[in-house]
Write a protein that binds this ligand. Sequence first.
Ligand code: DGJ
Length: 731
Amino acid sequence: MAIIIKDNVFTLQTKNSTYQMKADSKGVLLHTYYGKKTDETDYSYLISMQDRGFSGNIYEAREDRTYSLDFLPQEFPVRGSGDYRISCMHADLGTGVRDCLLFFDSYQTYHGKYGLEGLPAMFASEDEPVDTLEITLKDSQEEFYLHLYYGVFEEHDIITRAAVVENRTDQEIRLSKVLSACLDMDHDGLDFIHFYGRHTRERKMERVPLFHGVTELRSTRGTSSHQHNPFVILADKTTSEEMGECYGFSLLYSGGFHLHAEVDQFHQTRLVVGIDDSVFTWSLQPGERFVAPEVAMAYSNGGLSQLSHCYHNGFQKNLIRSRWKDKRRPILVNNWEATYFDFNAENLLKIAEEAKELELDMLVLDDGWFGKRNDDFSGLGDWYVNEEKLGCTLKELVDKVNGMGLQFGLWFEPEMVSEDSDLYRNHPDWAMVVPDRRPIRSRSQLVLDMSREDVRDYIKERLFAILDSANIQYVKWDMNRSVAAAYSVLLPRERQGELRHRYVLGLYEVMEAMLERYPDLLLEGCSGGGGRFDAGMLYYCPQIWCSDDTDAHERTVIQYGTSFFYPVSTVGSHVSAVPNHQTGRVTSIRTRGTVAMAGSFGYELDLNKLDEEEKKEVSEQVKSYKKYQNLIYNGLYYRLCDPGESGMSFWEFVSEDSLEVLVQGVVYRAQPNALRRRLRLAGLSEEAKYRVTGEESIYSGKTLMAGGILLPEIKGDDMAVQIHLKRLSTL
Ligand code: DGJ
């Protein structure tokens, strides 16, 4: 077992890391170590006790003024303990004061991985080296308990954490903050790497030094959001892709979140993460439990690529459940940028015919097939096929597409309602609008109250009716606005603060029900592109539409940021038309194809409008993707350069046995009379020999990683390069 317990010291061991806690003599659960793999020595000897001015002493310390939670490293700091740093919990146990004090109560361990009711969580099978530790803390006065869960994924160097609060008192407990995890570190000088953005510009990597004070990321949008992604990295200043220490934190949650990093007066660093507390309250009745979402933490002393590999492997094997995760995904053509709302069965079938000709696998019908939905002002919620617009039934269309040898996929936006819809006319109270106030619209639509059972039942009934009516093998689940001024008619005033979390639980419940009923369905997540691209969603969707920005140049940056945590197979990526609809930029079809191939690949244009040369290139791309798909999905992914710094973006896939290597990328600007650019490869077997496919020269892995390869001469902006190498033999 990867969990060693001795004298109330809990040591968790993964392949390359050690995590340690200790329930000390007062019963406080201290955090004593997280980093490079070591032994189970009690690392609390590193804590320097001293009487520190203005730092309170808990009563249990008696006259020992050196004992203060204001500086001690803790597993789950709470408000009211004399620790003035950011805390993980505010709990009103009955007095109106939001303070409590938690002490060690008990623990248990078992083989396997804990699960979380109603929430996504990493999982493991019996034969995997994964163990669980559950530590229970109890309030000093009340029957108020906190269960801290630790899932130890030895092979992936991942430790998951979750917190469950339990009310065993006979009165209501009011929670106004319950985060999922805290990590205290005894030093400062760390860099904070995070991924910010906006609609059509998601996950731009930014690396900033932490300072004395609080660095805060938050989504108050009811979704994980385009603006901030719920994953961050803490890294040493010198940590690079290839070397150095770093820690990753990924919250498995698709709603609003918050993440704080604080450097305190003693140069220590604390990171906390969990549900956004700015609009959160929860009334916990006697006997009830509140479950905070899971965090997956990882440690690497081999730089950022090794950290990414922990997440790529861990998420691919132990988070994504879909039957599709190891299968080649269908290469699809989606009609959105091809037709927008202006389509009928006839022109869809023309696209399908060409798709078949070019050996694609699936036609996806996007927004506009239901209700009176010919623009984005109406129809959402009326999930009834608009046969008049299509010119046939959905089944007839799907049968024809299937008859051509193509699969069929369909778009939904289940969580939304248009005011101009029958659904809204019949159930205005199903939208989350504050009574007697005018609604906050966004894309002219309102958000349905997913906390309501009747709303969820309606959505399920409609989704299932449509999915039962024809052979639909893929669903794109979209969500095109942020939650604002939300109110639920069914919740009393004092419980409105529960709405956003109840919304997320409701969303997960519907997705779960859908996947239970259609276990073979390929579900692609989407929220105006990547507005809900988070690890929580991956539990339901093996792929997520990465961004509404389909411009190949821009996509290299978006996909670069996304790659730090999320496996390539999860990144929905399509070739679209030029001039690009978002940026107006013109890039070659080869460049668009090369970039889109680093993901779950497809097209998003009218294939009939391509000229013969372009169609030939599409055929090549389809062949190439089918050939390399296994390497792309299951190989180790390396970022070869930072697009922000190098004027180019290159990435590499290396097969697990390092026999095959695929390098892809884009050089942004051509320059006259320039030296050819050099690119160092990564992850090769040092002593082995490699040959570039189509060339004679042979180099050792060592040479290719130290010296690199010369890129071809670049003529034209945004030129794509693809290089394939094969290992010959060992030297
Ligand atoms: C936003 C999505 O990201 C697009 O791909 C498309 O499905 C539109 N919504 C349709 O409204």
